[in-house]
Structure formats: structure tokens, C-alpha cells
Design a protein around this ligand. Structure first.
Ligand SMILES: Cc1ncc(COP(=O)(O)O)c(C=O)c1O
Length: 388
């Protein structure tokens, strides 16, 4: 009898450079050493019980089958209303608002929808870790432009120099993970001027749109008519409503771009969780939760910064997001990964090395903490960090 040895054929990786991320590594290390985990970016507190009730009610009332491909109409309308109120642009909920399985899927879908093999896409480093693999999956060529060293402001000269005949899109992120900087209206104007003579599209990752501090308003690409006309603007309910595990977000774009986006979305996820969409639509009727979010997080930011001010860690500004970066040069000679490991295992607080957000992985003596945590978690971390 013929013996057959089952064999898995080898595959040539589409993403040969992707391995286990530092986020996973640091979280595992934090757990192993009982460290306070300020590494991964998500809250350690629960969402508003009214949101849970709204989702539960949707489930119990039988809203459990496929919704329309682009999202539940009531939720698209709620999003369009919010965006109009805050940013003064009226997106048509029928054709220009699409509900996605989180911002991650929205960004991948946006890139797959518009990037052809060989097209160049500009990313501003340091950047969120999904952009580069997304561009590579689309067959695009990643063009990295560094944010200004030290300040993390966009370097418009360098962006201008990077734009060429093959540039299809630029990805921006404001408020910015990991640096916690925000773009100003003047920044949007400068970008608009650069893009004006080109057909370059804008992918604006604005998942932290409701976390901008010190009385500053978020400068959304949606609020800038010239940019909005060429932009796919992405946001995340997970960040805004403390439900990162639900993976629901949205994408706003003019009809022509939304049409292309939806062609990919349709065969990518097709639809997004029905009862969660209904629950969010109901919950969004009250704007208070997102309007109060800046004050909610600003208090946590200030608590965390005050606590760190007596240490030798140098605090970088935190204008938005729920991150706080520090320069630890006065505390340690270790490189960023070494420092974050040491901080986790010896001091008992996990952080993320900034090198994780750069291709070169070079040491800059910077680490990122997440302050989206209960006050007692922040106090526990500060007590340990006070030794530094
Ligand atoms: C800059 C940025 N973009 C996108 C995402 C992903 O958002 P979502 O959880 O909605 O997929 C994150 C999450 O950390 C992020 O920091």
C-alpha cells in the first residue's frame, strides 16, 4: 500500500519582514513579571454601561443578521451628523460614509482600493505599524519621510521632495501615535498646497480625533475642503468609546473614492457586526460622551505627567492621543528595547520603545507610555517609576 506523508507546501511570504510585534512581546513580559502594563494602547476600564445596554437591546430585539454592506443607515447618519457638526463638512451617509471593522480594516481597504503595484505611498515615520505591510500587500512601494527629529512636526520640505510622478497617496496620522503631536490648520494648509498640482490621494488616520487637549480643536482633513476632496478619513469607535475590542470604525470620502473603497470592502469583510452598529447609532444620539472625552483624558494625562515630573525622565509634549513619550537619557544608557525590558522586569512598568515605529529601529532614547488607565493603575505605575 502506498504510504502518503501529508505535506504542507512551502509558501513564499507576502510579508517576509513581519514577525511578532514588540507590543505582544512587552505585554507577555509585563504579565510574566507582574508589571503594570502601560505598553499596549487600550483602556483598562470598561465602557459606558448605556452603550452595553444599547448593544444588548439591539441583539435581543433580533438585529442579528447581515446589515447593509456599507453599514447600518442610522449609524452612517449619526457619523455624518457628528462630522458635519464638528468639522463642517456634510458627507452623504448613503454614499460617502462606510462603517468598517475598525480603523485597521479601513486603512487596509483604502490602500488596496487605490494603490496599484508599483505605486508609491508616502508614510511619515514614526508611524503606526500597519501602514507599511498594507502598502506592501497592495504591491506598492513605501516611501518613508521622517517627521522632524525632536518635535515630530511634519517636515514639508521633505514631503515635497518625496512626491514624484509615481506617488499615489500619502498617509498622515493626527493626533499622532506614538508622538502625541497634533497637526494644526496651518499644517493642513501646507499639505494642501503641496498636493494641489498632483493627483496624490490623502489617507488621514484620525482614530484619536476626540483626544486633543488644552482647548485645541482637532484639525480634521474633513474640515479642509481642498484636502477633503482627495481624502479618505478614517476613525475608530473603539478609541472614542473605550471598546477597542469591538473593532468598529468608519471611513469618510467623496463618492468617487467611497465607491472604490466599497468595492474592496464588499469582498474584504462585506459587513460589520450588526447589533454593535445599532447600539452605537443609539448611543451616538447623545454627543456628550465624545465631547467630554478631551477633559476625561486630559485629567489622566496631567495626573501622569505630574507624577513623572519628579523623575529624571524628560517628558515630551502630549497634545493628543492617550500616549506620553519620555526621553530616558538621564536615567539609562540602554537602548530603547533594552530600557523597556529593564523597566518592565526591574521597575515593574511596561512601555514601548519608539524604535518599534521606525524601519531603521535606531535608538533615540525614547519610550511611550499609555495613560488610558484607571487612576489606581496610573498611581501604581507612578509609585514604581518614582525611583527613576
Ligand atoms: C494610529 C492608529 N491607527 C489605527 C489604529 C487601529 O484602530 P482600530 O482598533 O479601530 O482598528 C490604532 C490603534 O492602536 C492606532 O493607534
Amino acid at each position: 500500500m502506498l504510504t502518503i506523508t501529508p505535506r504542507t507546501p512551502p509558501v513564499s511570504s507576502r510579508l517576509p519582514n513581519v514577525g511578532t510585534t514588540i507590543f505582544t512581546v512587552m505585554s507577555a513580559l509585563a504579565q510574566q513579571h507582574g508589571a503594570v502594563n502601560l505598553g499596549q494602547g487600550f483602556p483598562d476600564f470598561d465602557c459606558d454601561p448605556r452603550l452595553l445596554q444599547a448593544v444588548e437591546q439591539a441583539m435581543r430585539s433580533g438585529l442579528n443578521q447581515y446589515p447593509p454592506m456599507a453599514g447600518v443607515p442610522a449609524l452612517r447618519e449619526a457619523v455624518a451628523e457628528k462630522v458635519d457638526r464638528l468639522y463642517g463638512r456634510a458627507y452623504d451617509p448613503a454614499n460617502e460614509v462606510t462603517i468598517t471593522a475598525g480603523a485597521t480594516q479601513a486603512i487596509l481597504t483604502a490602500i488596496l482600493a487605490v494603490v496599484h503595484p508599483g505605486d508609491e505611498v508616502i508614510v511619515l515615520e514614526p508611524c503606526y505599524d500597519s501602514y507599511v505591510p498594507n502598502i506592501e500587500l497592495a504591491g506598492g512601494k513605501v516611501v518613508r519621510v521622517a517627521l522632524t527629529a525632536g518635535t515630530f512636526r511634519p517636515d514639508f520640505q521633505a514631503i515635497a521632495a518625496a512626491i514624484g510622478p509615481r506617488t499615489r497617496a500619502i498617509v498622515i496620522n493626527t493626533p499622532h501615535n506614538p508622538s502625541a503631536t497634533v497637526w494644526t490648520r496651518a499644517d493642513l494648509d501646507r499639505l494642501a498646497t503641496l498636493l494641489r498640482p498632483t493627483d496624490v490621494l490623502l489617507i488621514a488616520d484620525e482614530v484619536y480625533e476626540h483626544m486633543v487637549y488644552d482647548g485645541v480643536s482637532h484639525a480634521s482633513a474633513a474640515s479642509h475642503p481642498e484636502l477633503a476632496a482627495r481624502a479618505m478619513v478614517v476613525s475608530s469607535f473603539g478609541k472614542t468609546y473605550h471598546v477597542t475590542g469591538w473593532k468598529v470604525g468608519y471611513m469618510l470620502a467623496p463618492r468617487a473614492l467611497s465607491d472604490e473603497f466599497r468595492k474592496v470592502h464588499q469582498f474584504n469583510v462585506f459587513t460589520v457586526n450588526t447589533p454593535v452598529q445599532h447600539g452605537l447609532a443609539q448611543y451616538m444620539r447623545d454627543p456628550t460622551p465624545y465631547l467630554e472625552l478631551p477633559a476625561f483624558y486630559q485629567r489622566k494625562r496631567d495626573l501622569f505627567r505630574d507624577g513623572l515630573s519628579s523623575t529624571r525622565l524628560r517628558l515630551l509634549p502630549s497634545q493628543g492621543t492617550y500616549f506620553q513619550c519620555v526621553d530616558y537619557s538621564a536615567v539609562s544608557q540602554l537602548d530603547e528595547t533594552g530600557f523597556c525590558r529593564w523597566l518592565t522586569t526591574e521597575i515593574g512598568v511596561a512601555a514601548i520603545p519608539l524604535a518599534a515605529f521606525y524601519e531603521d529601529g535606531r535608538n533615540r532614547n525614547l519610550a511611550r507610555f499609555c495613560f488610558a488607565k484607571r487612576d489606581e493603575t496610573l498611581h501604581a505605575a507612578l509609585e514604581r517609576l518614582s525611583a527613576l
